[in-house]
Design a protein around this ligand. Structure first.
Ligand SMILES: [Zn+2]
Length: 67
């Protein structure tokens, strides 16, 4: 686990990042900075990347980018 690491938060509340999980497989989500702003990449089975729009994570499988 990466608890205690200080990676990019994409402007999100670290407490929020700790509690949200992938809606598809319930894996952990890793914030990753992208040219578009950022996304939350599933570290579980599905590896989907969820967009972060205007500082709000869009945890919808239909909106996620497939790896
Ligand atoms: Zn997942």
């Amino acid at each position: 686990m990466a608890a205690g690491d200080t990676g990019p938060t994409l402007g999100l509340d670290p407490a929020l990042l700790e509690i949200i999980v992938c809606p598809q497989c319930h894996g952990d989500l890793l914030p990753v900075e992208t040219p578009e702003g950022g996304e939350l990449v599933c570290q579980g089975e599905c590896r989907l990347a969820y967009p972060v729009r205007d500082g709000i994570p869009v945890l919808l499988v239909d909106e996620a980018r497939t790896p």
